[in-house]
Design a protein around this ligand. Structure first.
Ligand code: ZN
Length: 447
């Protein structure tokens, strides 16, 4: 492995370890942007922007958009990458505690997104998320502040039923999320209200000042690199934090003075993106429009810039499964460590088409990064992602891509160690490219 590949991989493992929830992930992305000199723009205030400036804005603490304005804009377009910050997991309900016969205390949860339930059983889990706290400012006025909390210890477990009590467990099992997926929190001496007291303690405030919370279970198993040649990385949340991290590395490395480079990471992809901070919101459109207006340009300029724009919609892809190669298309199937996956779908659930594939292939050639092609089996529905959803709000040429992985939506997924570097290199090359459209809307690459 190359030296900078090793550094990138270590950075990813650290990022994954410190991202128990989407709020923590976005907080870390924000930290990396701040460190690189990006200035924060609150959405609620007027933006004053300068050519050559670097900025970012956060919505809901769980989606982030950063942008860098070229210092010599010349027929600019937006070069955008988009990924997602959320992963399937279990959310703790407001009234969390369930007492079982006076001997057990459980935490009441509901599913977030489409997880593989069995992977959450019989492993140490912990709790993390955000808490909304009332604070009194120096001027005596009350305000609400967000605190991120993470218990960062083995705290709960979802135990399996013994095989002696369920002899058919290995013949396929239907998991009922209200019965089978409820985690055990403690024994007979756990009192009602103890969980909330622990949350209050983590937040470091008075009980009456905690007014709201979004708390989730997460897998405690740390990321690891393994395999005969150390060729695999496993962790929770590789979908899609691997892309969120890889494209940020590219964004911080590549730039072009003629264009406007945009990095986006959205929440709520796993539940359909239809929230104020999801890809189906106006967040991207709002930011792009404000960039144009903030630079003193008008609506007509906005349309022209949008028509010169290009997006990489980045969300992980399926590798051929070693035990089930028949699950993937016979020829349009992909493998870990063999390059960036370009995803196509005739029904356009994936946005890739001849134009966007040609442009992206040119960029990857320039960067010396291998690509491979994925299409669903024609008799399977397959997944969807955020690219085509975002396009309903801000339409531009888009290619859907990802990194090949196994066990998508497991609590512990597997990917290839080389592919992160490929994504970082390809996105750096993308951000360094100026795209010039012809009259038919086909984009040409310029350095
Ligand atoms: Zn995903």
């Amino acid at each position: 492995m190359l030296q900078d590949q090793t550094t990138a991989l270590k950075g990813l493992m650290n990022f994954l370890k410190n991202s128990p929830t989407c709020f923590h992930a976005v907080d870390q992305l924000r930290g990396m942007l701040e460190e690189a000199g990006f200035a924060k723009l609150p959405e609620s205030q007027r933006w004053t922007l300068q050519p050559g400036g670097k900025y970012y804005t956060v919505r809901n603490g769980s989606s982030v958009i950063a942008f860098r304005i070229g210092s010599a804009l010349e027929q600019p377009g937006f070069t955008v990458t988009a990924s997602h910050s959320d992963s399937p997991c279990f959310k703790i309900k407001e009234n969390a505690e369930i007492n079982v016969r006076g001997h057990y205390m459980q935490l009441n949860t509901e599913g977030y997104g489409g997880m593989i339930c069995s992977t959450w059983l019989d492993r140490p889990l912990s709790v993390a998320g955000r808490v909304l706290v009332r604070e009194t400012a120096e001027d005596g006025k009350e305000k609400l502040v967000t605190k991120l909390i993470d218990f960062d210890r083995d705290l709960v477990m979802i135990p399996n039923v013994a095989i002696h009590m369920n002899r058919k467990i290995n013949d396929g099992f239907t998991f009922n999320k209200q019965i089978d997926m409820i985690p055990l929190f403690g024994g007979a001496d756990v009192e009602k209200g103890e969980f909330r007291a622990m949350v209050v303690e983590q937040a470091g405030v008075k009980p009456e000042d905690v007014l709201g919370s979004d708390l989730y279970l997460y897998n405690r198993m740390a990321p690891t690199v393994w395999g005969a040649h150390n060729e695999y990385i496993s962790s929770g949340k590789l979908d899609d934090l691997e892309c969120a991290y890889g494209t940020l590395l590219g964004f911080l490395k590549g730039s072009n003075e003629k264009s406007i480079q945009v990095y986006a990471c959205f929440d709520n992809e796993e539940v359909g993106s239809g929230t104020k901070q999801g890809a189906d919101s106006t967040f991207l459109q709002d930011v792009l429009y404000r960039i144009v207006r903030g630079l003193g340009m008008d609506d007509e300029d906005y349309r022209c810039i949008q028509a010169r724009s290009f997006m990489l919609s980045c969300d992980n892809a399926h590798a051929v499964h070693p035990n089930h190669p028949e699950k993937t298309d016979v020829a349009n199937c992909t493998y870990m460590n063999e390059g960036i996956v370009i995803k196509s779908h005739a029904g356009q659930k994936y946005t890739s088409d001849a134009v966007s594939v040609a442009v992206f292939r040119g960029i990857c050639e320039k960067a010396g990064v291998p690509v491979q092609f994925f299409a669903n089996r024609s008799d399977e529905a397959g997944g969807s992602t955020l690219g085509n959803i975002a396009m309903a709000h801000v339409s531009m040429n888009t290619v859907d891509l990802g990194l090949a992985q196994l066990a998508m939506h497991s609590a512990y997924e597997t990917a290839g160690v080389k592919d992160l570097g490929y994504l970082a290199e390809a996105s750096a090359a993308f951000y360094s490219t100026h795209l010039v459209p012809d009259e038919a809307g086909v984009l040409r690459l310029e350095a």
